[in-house]
Design a protein around this ligand. Structure first.
Ligand code: AMP
Ligand code: TRP
Length: 332
């Protein structure tokens, strides 16, 4: 059986983008894979996080995973900082990856922006830690959104360079799983930017914890163009916002965009948005309610995370110990 690993940063409330681009696919994959799902708090602190907020966001994200359908008994659900193997292998990978490789990472360029000199060194080596998250478990399949493709290529470059440098076949090749019609959900305010939990504008995204009224309001205010919806996908060309909203509906209905447009083509955005909001409330309402229920009992949630961390460490520790031995660290 192939081992799957994926992670999301607790850098805010998870969004519809996280759900459609990531978590929903994980729920389907857990049926026939051994899975590890990680709340990547070490990654989150590459940009400033208020300590109390980070702690609560870590619990909230874990609760959302379970509310979305991740089974913490059958799979391993844990938070990254609780398993030191990530940091141990991450350091080794800092010494394997080349500066030139990191310089090509578009996410770093996006996140650092004009402020290059002032961002943390952690933000720069972030992809090395992500490679360690995966390779520490010899995971071979990684379900992520489209934006993470380049990081997974780097993770393979690192694994292969390690193997080559030490003359071993130790780290396997990782296969990215970029799934679903909504591999990239865009901002409600700007159809050229991805929907993100760290966007300063809450109006730009649907949070998995938003109530029905908030969802309806955000969708009503979502940016669109004045034209009616087209009958065919070609009619969405050059209409990023329209394409995004239709894509969201398609993903929620498990249909393709063409099928949605056969139904919705010719409608104005007013009517379409009302249907979309109702559909979002129907799909996300139960998730929000279950998340709230889980968060009301933090003791149980923490016990789930503790158990997950112990099971994750049991897999990762021997693999990372072997990597350390290959590197030449003296084991006494
Ligand atoms: P992040 O929120 O950046 O920690 O991303 C966690 C996971 O959600 C990754 O697999 C991302 O690719 C996915 N993801 C985040 N935002 C989006 C989005 N707007 N559309 C699709 N997938 C996303
Ligand atoms: N970098 C990923 C993101 O921002 C999160 C992540 C960290 C991850 N480690 C991972 C995803 C390992 C998959 C596997 O979305």
């Amino acid at each position: 059986m192939q081992r799957i690993l994926s992670g999301i940063q607790p850098s805010g409330v998870p969004t519809l983008g996280n759900y459609l681009g990531a978590i929903r696919n994980w729920v389907a994959l857990q049926r026939d894979h051994e899975c590890l799902f990680c709340v990547v708090d070490l990654h989150a602190i590459t940009v400033w996080q208020d300590p109390a907020t980070l702690r609560s966001a870590t619990r909230e994200l874990a609760a959302s995973f379970i509310a979305c359908g991740i089974d913490p008994k059958a799979q391993v659900l844990f938070h990254q900082s609780a398993v030191p193997a990530h940091v141990r292998l991450g350091w080794i990978f800092n010494c394997v990856a080349r500066l030139g490789w990191l310089n090509r990472m578009t996410q770093f360029k996006d996140k650092a922006g004009k402020d290059r000199e002032q961002v943390s060194a952690g933000l720069y080596v972030y992809p090395n830690l992500m490679a360690a998250d995966i390779h520490a478990y010899h995971a071979t399949r990684v379900p992520v959104g489209d934006d993470q493709r380049q990081h997974l290529e780097l993770a393979n470059d690192i694994g292969q360079k390690f193997n080559h440098d030490f003359g071993v076949e130790f780290f396997p090749v990782i296969e990215p799983l970029i799934l679903g019609p909504a591999a990239r959900v865009m901002s409600l305010r700007d159809g050229t930017r991805k929907m993100s939990k760290s966007d300063p504008s809450d109006q730009s995204r649907i949070n998995l914890t938003d109530d029905a009224d908030t969802i309806a309001l955000k969708i009503r205010r979502a940016r669109t163009d004045p034209d009616a919806l087209p009958h065919e996908p070609q009619g969405l060309e050059g209409r990023a916002e329209a394409r995004n909203l239709v894509g969201i509906m398609a993903a929620l209905l498990d249909q393709d965009v063409a099928a949605v447009l056969r139904e919705q083509g010719g409608k104005g955005f007013g009517a379409f948005k009302e249907e979309l909001a109702a559909l979002l409330v129907e799909k996300l309402g139960p998730i929000a309610a279950e998340t709230r229920r889980l968060l009301a009992d933090p003791g149980t949630l923490d016990a789930i995370l503790r158990d997950g961390a112990a099971r994750a460490a049991a897999i990762a520790d021997p693999i990372v110990a072997e990597a350390e031995r290959l590197v030449g660290f003296l084991k006494v």
